[in-house]
Design a protein around this ligand. Structure first.
Ligand SMILES: *Cc1c(COP(=O)(O)O)cnc(C)c1O
Length: 373
């Protein structure tokens, strides 16, 4: 067997984490957490010390996204997957419409299709690497799309549906797009995410910016008498969030790291800064792929290429799985593609936590490994 390929240290990124989620957590955040190891960790989530961190996180998120008047930051447990079930029980009145162009959009659509108390949803599908869009449809009370499909690296603008029934809600899965890609929140009623992606924290929470119309819908459905499991009760999540707490015990480290990260991102210049930094990383990786003889962006329409997560296809002469393995052995991790996509591909997170200079360095490392193979 040939010697394992050793990438020279001076080519390597400073930080080798390029995973799309869990993603790079800033060492400064972990250091800050360590400073509260005995005063915050292991203390009651019903007391001031923890509630202050929930409050810091909620206020920081509202500031970061320039939350319009009346929009509230709602937090609960279980990550985005739990939010999908919460929305099925607490936001969709009867009929939903989905734009589905990847695995994550498909999961929410399935949750709603399986709910016996809801009508069969309309699902507009597009093949991996392209985008599907919402269209006005009479009788639809809830529209759902994904800002950034993490499984394919396709990103679409967040937009209301022209001609939709009055009062219809728009729900946007911003789990990976939120924080990396610009958004105007007046274009959606619920912009929801989890903090292990662009917000460089850990998993286990969902965070939703909700419009007054969305909060009113949650009350309307609860008052209608529909059976709603306690853990998935959106009205309870709203009430608890207003008290700076969660319905059940949250992961305190996740709350703290997320609050720390949002403060950091706001101090750098907020969403404008973050979107610009992710765009810089995107220019580095897609520019390199366009110039490369063996690499090319998987998403053929440049307008759909995500600034949050890049997917790069390789020619048959390069074994991308082997490439990811060599990178991993050299401390550059989680460049593997989304498993179900099954392509000869690498997937690279471009979240604002990742330094664009490290993305540049990654491209040099890939060239080095291909050259040595
Ligand atoms: C990661 C991700 C999810 C799932 O988030 P969990 O917190 O693991 O449930 C959903 N949607 C998108 C777009 C994602 O990137």
């Amino acid at each position: 067997m040939a010697d394992p390929i050793r990438i020279p240290d001076d080519l390597k990124p400073v930080d080798g984490r390029f995973g799309s989620g869990p993603s790079k957590v800033r060492p400064e955040g972990v250091a800050a957490l360590s400073r509260v190891a005995t005063t915050f960790m292991g203390t009651s989530h019903r007391q001031r010390t923890v509630k202050d961190q929930v409050a810091r996180l909620r206020a920081g998120i509202a500031q970061f996204f320039s939350a319009p008047d009346g929009y509230e930051v709602i937090i609960s447990n279980g990550g985005t997957s739990a939010f999908w079930e919460t929305a099925a029980f607490g936001l969709i009145r009867d009929k939903a419409q989905f734009a589905e162009f990847g695995e994550f959009g498909a999961k929410f659509a399935k949750a709603v299709r399986d709910a016996p108390f809801l009508a069969e949803p309309t699902v507009h599908k597009a093949p991996a690497g392209s985008a599907a869009y919402l269209t006005a449809e009479a009788g639809v009370d809830t529209y759902a799309s994904v800002q950034n499909e993490t499984s394919t690296g396709v990103a679409v603008p967040v937009q209301r549906v022209a001609g939709a029934d009055p009062g219809a809600l728009v729900l946007t899965d911003a789990t990976s797009g939120g924080g990396s890609i610009d958004v105007d929140l007046t274009q959606t009623d619920v912009y929801y995410l989890a903090p292990q992606k662009a917000f460089g924290s850990d998993g286990g929470l969902w965070i939703a910016l909700m419009s007054p119309a969305a909060i009113a819908r949650a009350h309307e459905i609860k008052e209608s008498g529909r059976y709603i499991p306690q853990f998935l009760d959106l009205v309870t999540a709203v009430e608890q969030s207003r008290l700076e707490q969660t319905y059940n015990t949250p992961a305190l480290a996740t709350v703290f790291l997320a609050a720390e990260q949002v403060d950091w991102m706001n101090a750098q210049g907020g969403l404008g800064w973050a979107a610009k930094r992710s765009a810089e990383s995107a220019a580095a990786i897609y520019g390199w792929a366009d110039r490369s003889e063996v690499a090319s962006p998987f998403v053929t329409d440049p307008a759909l290429r995500s600034h949050a997560v890049a997917t790069i296809d390789f020619a048959d002469s390069v074994d991308a799985a082997q490439l990811a393995k060599v990178l991993r052995a050299n401390g550059i991790v989680d460049t593997e593609p989304y498993r179900k996509l099954g392509r000869n591909q690498l997937r690279i997170a471009l979240y604002p936590t990742v330094d664009p200079a490290d993305v540049e360095a990654l491209t040099r490392c890939i060239d080095y490994v291909i050259h040595k193979s």
